[in-house]
Write a protein that binds this ligand. Structure first.
Ligand code: KMH
Ligand code: ZN
Length: 309
């Protein structure tokens, strides 16, 4: 029987800005509600960032995270995954603060430096809710998303050493898979490794099917049976790539962090809507989705009762 599909939902992220959609969760209450709804819809993992409740700007402070982490824990049993990518422009120390305070089961870990261009979105809007939004997007024209080998080692050792946190290793291009193979060779962590392949970010691999097939083949060669893989694609490629990942035997990620849409020109009204959409497709193809405890078992996570919140 085919393995079930682990759905991750990335609830708000640090890429989209409030002007882009009225449905983007911003306040701690909105983030908590949206995460719990996504869980009820079928997300075994919720990937979490925080935002300043007034401005909607990505916010690394543990105080803001702590306004929604306990609520989500109370409201559902999904695995809570705290981003260490944070918002573009945050320092390495800022990026890791919330996860260090919360000791989650899982945290994201970006395994390569890259350009990360959000500036094309500037052309789509002429008015902004907050002045930081166009500045943030413009800044990415000259921005490097820094994830050096030293950064990777620092985040990995701090979080796994202190809390036994495990990782969603985000790979935006072929070279990142080789960076991750180097990480594996250091024997800092026991397998399995959860590899999130990312497509369609300007600066990383484009959302084209042969890129997915090739990265998948290389991952298989590099990681053998030591990994679980998942796919996300930004924007309009989100659902097609998630569907393809499931059909190829992988796992998938949806959520408003990666795409604000539910169809061409149609904004998604919630994270749960996107989860329901992909769940319907997956189940329609004759596959099952994974419950949170199955995801915990397959990814060797420490358990939802072992966190510091
Ligand atoms: N939005 C993804 C492409 C992180 O949180 O560590 C990037 C991401 C990074 O998820
Ligand atoms: Zn993220």
């Amino acid at each position: 029987m085919a393995k079930s599909v682990i759905i991750t939902c990335a609830v708000t992220g640090g890429i989209h800005t409030p002007t882009m959609s009225p449905h983007l969760p911003v306040s701690p209450a909105e983030i908590a509600t949206s995460a719990v709804e996504a869980s009820e819809a079928g997300a075994a993992i919720v990937h979490l960032h925080a935002r300043n409740p007034q401005s909607g700007k990505p916010d690394p402070s543990p105080e803001t995270f702590m306004k929604f982490l306990p609520q989500i824990k109370q409201g559902c049993s999904s695995v809570m995954n705290i981003s260490t990518g944070g918002g573009l422009g945050m320092t390495r120390e800022e990026r890791i603060r919330a996860a260090m305070a919360a000791g989650p089961e899982m945290a994201s870990l970006n395994v390569g430096s890259m350009n990360f261009g959000l500036f094309p979105a500037l052309d789509k809007f002429s008015e902004w809710k907050h002045s930081w939004e166009p500045e943030y997007l413009e800044m990415t024209r000259d921005f490097i998303f820094r994830n050096t080998f030293k950064d990777i080692e620092f985040i990995l050792k701090e979080l796994s050493g202190t809390h036994g946190t495990r990782f969603e290793f985000e790979c935006y291009d072929l070279g990142h898979l080789y960076n991750l193979a180097w990480v594996m060779d250091q024997n800092w962590l026991e397998p399995p490794f959860f590899v999130q392949m990312v497509f369609g970010v300007l600066g990383g691999a484009g959302a084209e099917l042969d890129n997915l097939v090739h990265m998948n083949r290389v991952a298989e060669r590099l990681f053998g049976d030591s990994y679980e893989w998942s796919v996300l694609a930004a924007g309009r490629n989100q659902m097609p790539f998630a569907t393809t990942a499931a059909m190829l035997g992988g796992n998938l990620r949806v959520g408003l962090e990666d795409s604000l849409y539910a169809g061409p020109g149609r904004l998604a009204e919630s994270n749960a809507q996107q989860v329901r959409q992909i769940r319907t497709i997956v189940e329609g193809l004759g596959m099952q989705i994974a419950e949170p405890d199955e995801a915990r078992r397959r990814l060797a996570l420490k358990g939802g009762d072992q966190v510091a919140f």
